[in-house]
Design a protein around this ligand. Sequence first.
Ligand code: PMP
Length: 395
Amino acid sequence: MRDPVSWMREDYEKLVEQNFDWKIRELQGPSTPRAKVDGKDVIMLCSNNYLNLSNHERLKEAALKAIKSHGVGSGSVRAIAGTMDLHLELERRLAKFKGAEAALTYSAGFTCNEGLIPQLVDKGDAIVSDELNHGSIIDGVRLTKATRFVYRHNDMDDLERVLEEAEKENPGKILIITDGVFSMDGDIAPLDQIVKKGKKHGAMIYVDDAHGEAVLGKGGRGIVSHFELTHNDVHFEMGTFSKAFGVMGGHVSGSEDMVKYALNKSRSWLLSASHPPATAAACIAAIDVLETEPEHVKRLWDNREYFVKGLKQMGYDTGNSQTPIVPAMTGESSKAVELSNGLMDEGILALPIVFPMVARDKARIRNMLNSGLTKEHLDTSLEAYERIGKKLGII
Ligand code: PMP
């Protein structure tokens, strides 16, 4: 008799043959700039925990306190019986931090994109998306009945071309969607120009600022603040608490109308349980920290500048990086894998990004800088980059 699920093993084996399977590493303790991974002490250069807040005492204490006062689970989805005072306080605090009228939290950034985007456009509408947008946006876009248009990455002439086409073909609404900071290259979307184009064509603007918030803008207020825009310009400022905020959870900020609409329509909000109280409390504490301890964002940027300068001086190409996401380009995939393995041998965890995640000739190591890295960590990492890069003929 045929095994009805043997296809999974066969497919998986194909992935292994092509070296496309994920080799999952085990973090044996907290995600800190120096961490224990697979039994080895490493300098962490690939965590999204940009401000090292996931181990900040104020966040940990807030989480523990919330467990004592509210328990470990919320008991329901937000709409039924799962909205606690902590969830509402977090939304009020986030809206204030972002300078928006209102904010709504989701279980994750992924579920925000997947649940909200399909509710914003329908048949007869157009959705206009940057070609390098995150997979969660792509999945959200796939769930819409709107006509899809893709423009070349950060190319404003191409955006104009696509908008004209969209307007001609579609009588309905237009939604422009972009990542704020692109996660493979660390470059920033020209949101000010996108807003101008949007206004010309009467389009709504949605930005996914997962890698820009708590990093860009005044005190880490994100990309809308970075470009000195408002939520009249950018209608949906989406983000996540899972990166620089150091915790977990998606969110969107904008007008009160938007929030009322979004919570009544997004299936991922209506049909999935709310955060445990400890998560909401830790997110509130992260906002407290951002509002009162500006040194974290400053140290992150100092570390970023130091590291980029070091890599460039020894001859590395850091691509289009403008943020704490810093690629070290290697070209060929095999070189990226060898460089990453060489770094790991020297106690530095920095992962290769290879085809199909990026084009075949654009393989790289993606470094994610962190405010908690010391100068010694950075120097040790740079020395290893120089030694191994020379050995492999990359620099
Ligand atoms: N958008 C972007 C641009 C991201 O990089 C990510 C995380 N990889 C997400 C959304 C999803 O966020 P979360 O981890 O909160 O689901």
